[in-house]
Design a protein. Structure first.
Length: 431
């Protein structure tokens, strides 16, 4: 974990210290994604199958979640597994039901009412990664809020597992979220399938995180004329921890490793005014990492890690706002004072007991969050992400009479006479 003294860095060096890994941005990734999309658009299922067989080692397939399929998957799981799954689905559903956008009316003036109403989008593609780990939790974090929002067509897609079958928890999670089918294809080719409606139905909006190729595929899909919208820029995972001497180094190291084990491109950072704590965290990382089943991935990710020594917690918060982390953990004696200064983060976990892992699985808010600095302008996935809104404007005869003179005057100032006359015609003398 490379250590830097924040106050000793000039602006350029501070930017370099917060730079994400660059492998995901290289030209090779973009070139491969563009080639996949071009071929799938031109050749359809034949090209999709060719890429899937090359990269997934399986042809695309659809798994219908019949009672027999669901029962077989659940039979492979412990009761405790299923209880944890049920808790996660219930909590995610509860949170999104409580935060579902609802119609709001404003009486602007007598006889003038404006109401913002919300409607679900027609279809969404829900990508759940399963390359190095079957992230059935991501499926829950997408499918549950999409169901709460009322999306008619939820297209769940995930890479095939061993023997062309998904992990039983992926099947159980899909069933628990009310899905009827799982499409088995992964990577950029899965995003191309959703974009063009090849093998899978076509998606209006694509959701879900993934590796460098998936992230680039989503970006590219959204750039196409008539292409789908995307949820958030969701690439390799990130965690920044702000901590002081009151924090537990063992806990911090465990949190950092929980994100480092996701992907070799994942990035974790620690910002602290305490060199002693930084030393303790470094020792804890060295002790904990080798014992992990995914130690090689975590240790590769730690090569991109940074320990930032700051003068005080205010400076740590400033650095966090520049970095705009996907996840921010604040483990300080008075975390609320730090959180007050935070403006850019995908999700914030306050205090020692608020483990980011809880947010990944069972707290309720979706763990699909903006990465790569996008938290400066993007929010994480929520029920509103699966909806759009419009405003209904109702104006009575008296309301129109009150508004027409100002509207007509403003229109004429812009040189738009027809606009002005459309207001004038609603004045009482025309009634």
């Amino acid at each position: 974990m490379q250590r830097v003294i924040w106050s000793e860095l000039d602006a350029a060096a501070q930017t370099r210290a917060l730079t994400r890994p660059t492998r995901r941005r290289d030209g090779e990734v973009s070139a491969v994604v563009k080639r996949i999309f071009n071929e799938v658009e031109a050749e359809g299922e034949a090209a999709l199958t060719r890429w899937a067989e090359t990269l997934d080692k399986r042809a695309p397939a659809a798994l219908t979640l019949t009672c027999d399929v669901i029962d077989a998957a659940r039979a492979k799981l412990d009761r405790a597994d299923l209880a944890a799954l049920d808790l996660a689905v219930a909590n995610v559903t509860r949170f999104h039901e409580a935060t579902l956008p609802r119609a709001l009316s404003v009486d602007i003036a007598p006889g003038v009412r404006c109401t913002r109403v919300w409607r679900a989008i027609d279809s969404c593609g829900l990508y759940a990664p399963a390359g190095t780990a079957p992230l059935f939790s991501t499926l829950i974090m997408l499918a549950a809020p999409a169901r709460v929002a009322g999306v008619a067509q939820r297209i769940a897609i995930t890479p095939p597992g061993r023997n062309a079958a998904p992990h039983p928890m992926m099947v159980a999670a899909a069933a628990a979220c009310g899905l009827e089918r799982l499409w088995l294809v992964g990577g950029a080719q899965a995003i191309a399938a959703l974009t063009f409606g090849v093998v899978t139905p076509k998606a209006q909006k694509i959701f879900g995180p993934g590796n460098a190729y998936v992230a680039e595929a989503k970006r590219y899909a959204a750039s196409l004329p008539g292409g789908p919208q995307i949820d958030v820029p969701a690439g390799p995972s990130e965690l920044m921890v702000i901590a002081d001497d009151s924090a537990d180094a063992e806990v911090i190291a465990a949190d950092l490793l929980s994100q480092a084990e996701h992907d070799t491109d994942a990035q974790v950072l620690l910002a602290t005014p305490s060199p002693a704590l930084a030393d303790a965290v470094a020792r804890a990382l060295a002790a904990q990492a080798p014992a992990l089943p995914r130690a090689a991935i975590a240790q590769a990710a730690l090569a991109n890690a940074r320990c930032i020594i700051v003068r005080d917690l205010a400076e740590a918060a400033d650095a966090a706002n520049v970095y705009a982390p996907e996840h921010l953990s604040v483990q300080t004696a008075e975390p609320e004072r730090v959180v007050e200064r935070i403006s850019n983060a995908g999700a914030v976990f306050v205090g020692r007991w608020s483990g980011e892992t809880f947010g990944d699985y069972v707290c309720g808010p979706s763990h699909v969050l903006p990465t790569d600095g996008a938290a400066a302008t993007w929010s994480g996935v929520n029920a509103a992400s699966f909806m759009k809104s419009f405003v209904v404007q109702e104006i009575s005869r008296d309301g129109a009479a009150a508004l027409a003179p100002a509207a007509a005057r403003l229109a004429r100032l812009e040189g738009l006479e027809a606009h002005a006359r459309a207001a004038d015609v609603r004045l009482p003398r025309h009634g």
